[in-house]
Design a protein around this ligand. Structure first.
Ligand code: SF4
Ligand code: SF4
Length: 438
């Protein structure tokens, strides 16, 4: 049987060999953590603590009443040393404040307990209370995904084990080392949404993960090998490949009868329901131009620089430090920023691997490569041009701007090095704010 895949897409170099065989290590206890109030799509949380207050590891320190939001928890016990607004990192996408906590030498955990009677409602409540968001990077609150509208029947749960971005190996290790937790989380997701079918999709370049997940699944769900192609792990691509279904721009996977969760999100749902553990740490890959690449279990709020130090520091002069993968991640202006729930990795590119950013956007040479790469059949060159000319309203109305899944394939293949993804993202932001006045 041919290996399943979608039309178009790209084949970036894998660059996973430095870390894919390395077991997950617990990262060192930091001396300070910085908890951002907005680590998710939707309304930022509001601080529940005050400066000088003592907190326990796992204690909820921020939340807000809203349909789309998630509470945040302290990953350590310590003392709140500052509460202020967030000037940092993920600038442009992070709103709201931040809480800084000075970490105690001896750690004390807040009490926690498992869900007594596991029902769809109690699963959703536990997932929300634990602050779980999609750990694939999008940060969409998991409770919302587990609550499809009553008029939509979700019959299929898809567990995303593709990890199709170059360099990243954290999900791969979780499937190998925590396959039972991922399987139990998948069963809980299916129970919450009322689905009968569960499919785990994994790229075929991870045969050991496919074998481990099949063993753990023990016939309770299918584990399907998918072609190693980017962006195989995008929700739209996964749904199309595994079910043959599609859904229009502006609609959700539930419109195609599906609920999609990343493997680490499934493991976090297992921990929340079975043990009452909030989302205070996650597995991420720290790799590229560092001396000792690692897959680390990291407390949320730990600084990027301290993770680089734990990996022996830079191995070559750094040119770019990326939070996330090289195609969709964010280049950091400084390493003095905290990791958030959606941080799947830290990738350091050496200076010689990074091309000089030109002050001016180069002209399009009309080669058509971006069009042939786009998995959602858009015309990225046209979107880029409209974005440059502040014509995002036309890009949205006539060229399906919001059909872009921000995979970065177009920018990757563009020989002119036009920053297409950056342009498209800024056009989307401008269009959401009502469009630019021309
Ligand atoms: S236009 Fe969007 S969806 Fe298409 S390749 Fe570019 S980033 Fe991906
Ligand atoms: S790949 Fe780049 S140069 Fe080629 S058509 Fe697209 S935007 Fe233009």
């Amino acid at each position: 049987m041919p290996v399943l895949t979608f039309a178009r897409g790209i084949f970036p170099p894998h660059r996973k060999s430095a870390s894919q065989a390395l077991p997950i290590e617990q990262s060192a206890l930091p001396s300070e953590v910085v908890i951002l109030m907005s680590q998710h799509a939707g309304a930022p949380a509001q601080p529940l603590v005050e400066v000088g207050e003592k907190v326990l590891a796992g204690q909820k320190v921020g939340e807000v009443e809203a349909r789309i939001t998630a509470p945040v928890h302290s990953p350590v016990s310590g003392t709140v040393s500052a509460i202020d607004s967030c000037p940092c990192a993920s600038e442009g996408v992070r709103r709201g404040g931040r809480i800084t906590i000075k970490v105690d030498e001896n750690q004390t955990a807040a009490p926690s307990s498992s869900v007594e009677e596991v029902t769809p409602d109690s699963i959703r409540d536990a997932v929300h209370e634990a602050g779980i968001v999609g750990l694939g990077g999008a940060g969409f609150p998991a409770r919302v995904k587990l609550s499809p509208p009553p008029d939509r029947k979700v019959d299929t749960v898809i567990i995303n084990g593709c990890e199709c971005e170059s360099y990243l190996t954290a999900d791969h290790r979780v499937m190998l080392e925590e396959s039972e937790s991922v399987v139990d989380g998948a069963l809980l997701v299916a129970q919450a949404v009322g689905a009968q079918t569960i499919v785990v999709g994994i790229e075929e370049n991870k045969p050991d993960a496919i074998a481990a997940m099949k063993r753990a699944a023990d016939g309770r769900m299918s584990v399907v090998a998918l072609k190693t192609k980017y962006p195989q792990g995008a929700e739209k691509m996964l749904i199309q490949v595994l079910t043959g279904r599609t859904y229009p721009v502006g609609k959700l996977p539930s419109d195609a009868g599906c609920a999609v969760q990343n493997v680490q999100t499934a493991a976090a749902i297992h921990a929340a329901v079975r043990r009452g553990t909030p989302l205070i740490e996650r597995v991420m890959t720290v790799t590229g131009a560092v001396k000792n690449p690692k897959n680390l279990r990291v407390r949320i709020g730990t600084s990027v620089q301290s993770l680089i130090d734990q990996c022996g520091g830079f191995s070559r002069t750094p040119g770019k430090v990326i939070m996330g993968g090289p195609l969709t991640g964010v280049a950091l202006p400084t390493t003095d920023v905290p990791v958030v729930k959606g941080t799947s990795g830290i990738v350091v590119l050496a200076a010689e691997e990074v091309s000089e950013a030109s002050a001016e956007i180069p002209p399009c040479i009309r080669c058509g490569r971006c069009v042939r790469a786009c998995p959602t059949f858009l015309v990225p060159s046209q979107l880029g041009l409209l974005a440059q000319n502040k014509m995002e309203d036309i890009a949205a109305e006539r060229y399906h701007l919001f059909g872009c899944i921000e995979c970065g394939s177009c920018a990757f293949v563009c020989p002119a090095k036009i920053p297409l993804l950056q342009l498209i993202r800024s056009a989307k932001s401008a269009a959401m704010l009502g469009g630019t006045t021309r």
